[in-house]
Design a protein around this ligand. Structure first.
Ligand SMILES: [Mn+2]
Length: 469
C-alpha cells in the first residue's frame, strides 16, 4: 500500500475530470468456490484499489462531486467475525488510512445511490464484470440487468484510463517487484526443463514461487510443449528430450501489480538447428520491437514492423515468399503470428481491460482492424512516457489453421505451403518482456531473465546434468 497522500491525490485528480454527480466505486466481494464459506482467494477490483487502496472484501465508496464528500462504505468487524479472523481494524480506521473521514454502512450506500437517482443526478459507474454487482446496480439504478453495462459513465471510464495508463515511479517499482518473482519463476522452470518431469510439476514450482513471495499468479499459468496452442494450460504430459517448453507466466506483487513474461526452453538443454532458427528470428524481432518503443510512436506501427521482421525471416527459411510489405498488408504472416505484439500492464495483467479493450488500447484516434491477426492486437495507440506494456512476438505452426488456409487457397502468393507442411510438428515460440516507455525511449523492466539462445541452453543444461525428475 502507498502513503495516504497518494490516494488523496489520485481522487483529487479524478474529481477534476468529472463535472458533477455521484461517482460510485464497488469493491469486490468474497466469492464462493463450491459452497458459501469456501472462498476463492480474494481479488480486489483494480480501480477500487487504485483510488481507495483497501484490499479487503465488502467495501464500496462514493465521491459526491456536488456536495464535495468522499464516503467509504462497509461494516465494522463483529466479535463473531473476529473469532475466525482475529482482530481487524474498524471501518473508520481503514478509511483514515486512505485519507477519508466519512464512513457508512452498506444499507446507507443503497440509500445514497437511490436518492441521487431519484433526484435526477448523474450516477457515474464503471462497467461491472461480476454478476453480483450487475444485480445490485440494476436494482439501485432501476434498469434491467442487461442494460446495466450501457449505464457505464464515459467520463468516469476515460478519466480512470487516463490516470491509470501513466505509471508513477512507485508503481513501476511495484511492477519490478512482480518481475523479481517472475525472474525466479522462469529461471526455476528453465532449470527444471528436463526429460521425465511433467508440465504440472514445472507449473507447481512456478506457482509456489509466486505465492512464497506474498503475491500470486497474475493469470493462470501457460506451461506447455504445445506452444502453438496460445493459451494452453499445464497437463500431466512428461517432458521429452527435444521438445520446446513454453512458459507464459507472471506473478503479482503483494500490492497486486502484475508481471507477464514468456520464455521457451529446449527440454534436455539443446535447441535443434530448426528450433534455433525460429527462436533466433523471434528474439531478433522482439529486440527490434523493444528498440522501436518510444513516445510518439503508435504501437500498431511496432506491431507491423514485427510482422515484417517475422515475414522477412520466414522468407529466408523458405516458408514465405513475395513482397514483404504486401504480404503483411494482406495479413499472410498471421498464419504464423495470429496475435498482437502486446498489451498494457499494471494492476491488471491486461491493464484496465474490464473498462473496454478498445477504449484502453485504441482510443479515439485508432480503429481496430477486422483482419485476422491484426484484429487480435490489444494495443494500437500512440505511446506516452509512463506506459507499461508487453512486447511479445511469436511464431506458431498450428496444424488446423495451416490445413484450413491451404484448403481455402489463402495467400498462396505469399506462403510456401509445401515447406510449411514439414513444420506442422514444430509447436510454437513466443518471447515476452515488460517494457516502460520513458521520455527518451524504453526500459525493459525487472531483472534480466535469460533469453539469448545460448543463455537459455546453459540454464536448461543445468537441469539435464543436475536435477532428478
Ligand atoms: Mn502478455
Amino acid at each position: 500500500m502507498f502513503d495516504t497522500d497518494v490516494y488523496v491525490q489520485r481522487r483529487r485528480r479524478l474529481r477534476t475530470a468529472i463535472n458533477a454527480g455521484l461517482v460510485l466505486f464497488l469493491g469486490n466481494e468474497a466469492v464462493p468456490m463450491n459452497y458459501a464459506s469456501n472462498l476463492y482467494p480474494f481479488w480486489q477490483d483494480s480501480s477500487f484499489l487504485y483510488y481507495w487502496g483497501l484490499d479487503t472484501p465488502g467495501l464500496a465508496a462514493v465521491i459526491d462531486l456536488d456536495e464535495d464528500r468522499e464516503i467509504l462504505f462497509g461494516h465494522d468487524p463483529t466479535v463473531d467475525e473476529i473469532v475466525w479472523t482475529g482482530p481487524l481494524p474498524s471501518l473508520h480506521a481503514r478509511a483514515a488510512r486512505v485519507g477519508v473521514t466519512e464512513t457508512g454502512s452498506r444499507e446507507a450506500l443503497g440509500e445514497v445511490v437511490r436518492s441521487a437517482v431519484d433526484a435526477g443526478r448523474s450516477v457515474h459507474i464503471l462497467p461491472p464484470y461480476r454478476t453480483r454487482h450487475t444485480l445490485q446496480l440494476a436494482e439501485w439504478l432501476d434498469v434491467a440487468q442487461d442494460e446495466v453495462a450501457m449505464q457505464a459513465s464515459e467520463a468516469f471510464i476515460e478519466a480512470v484510463i487516463a490516470q491509470r495508463a501513466i505509471k508513477s515511479e512507485d508503481e513501476v517499482a511495484e511492477i519490478e517487484t512482480a518481475l523479481d518473482a517472475a525472474h525466479a519463476m522462469h529461471t526455476a522452470a528453465m532449470r527444471r526443463a528436463t526429460p521425465g518431469v511433467t508440465e504440472q510439476a514445472v507449473a507447481g514450482q512456478m506457482e509456489g514461487i509466486a505465492t512464497s513471495r506474498g503475491g500470486r499468479l497474475s493469470f493462470p499459468l501457460i506451461v506447455s510443449v504445445r506452444g502453438e496452442v496460445l493459451h494452453n494450460h499445464p497437463t500431466e504430459h512428461v517432458l521429452q528430450e527435444g521438445e520446446l517448453m513454453l512458459c507464459d507466466a507472471g506473478a503479482t506483487a503483494p500490492s497486486q501489480y502484475a508481471s507477464d513474461i514468456t520464455r521457451v526452453t529446449p527440454v534436455g538443454g539443446r535447441f535443434t538447428e530448426r528450433q534455433r532458427a525460429i527462436y533466433d528470428l523471434v528474439l531478433t524481432t522482439q529486440q527490434n520491437a523493444i528498440d522501436a518503443v518510444r513516445p510518439g510512436v503508435p504501437f500498431r506501427d511496432i506491431h507491423l514492423q514485427a510482422a515484417r521482421d517475422l515475414t522477412d525471416g520466414l522468407q529466408a527459411l523458405g516458408l514465405m515468399r513475395g513482397d514483404v510489405d504486401e504480404a503483411v498488408a494482406a495479413g499472410a504472416h498471421a498464419l504464423f503470428f495470429p496475435h498482437g505484439l502486446g498489451h498494457m500492464m499494471g494492476l491488471d495483467v491486461h491493464d484496465m481491460e474490464g473498462l473496454g479493450e478498445d477504449r484502453v488500447g485504441y482510443g479515439d484516434a485508432f480503429e481496430r482492424s477486422d483482419q485476422f491477426g491484426l484484429s487480435a492486437l490489444r494495443l494500437a495507440r500512440t505511446l506516452e512516457p509512463g506506459f507499461v506494456l508487453t512486447v511479445e512476438p511469436g511464431l506458431y505452426f498450428i496444424p488446423a489453421l495451416i490445413d484450413q488456409w491451404r484448403a481455402d487457397g489463402k495467400h498462396t502468393a505469399f506462403i510456401n505451403y509445401d515447406r510449411v507442411e514439414a513444420y506442422k510438428d514444430f509447436g510454437g515460440i513466443r518471447i515476452e518482456d515488460d517494457v516502460l516507455v520513458t521520455r527518451e525511449g524504453a526500459r525493459v523492466l525487472g531483472p534480466s531473465i535469460p533469453k539469448d539462445a545460448d543463455a537459455v541452453e546453459a540454464m536448461a543444461a543445468e537441469a539435464a546434468e543436475g536435477s532428478t525428475p
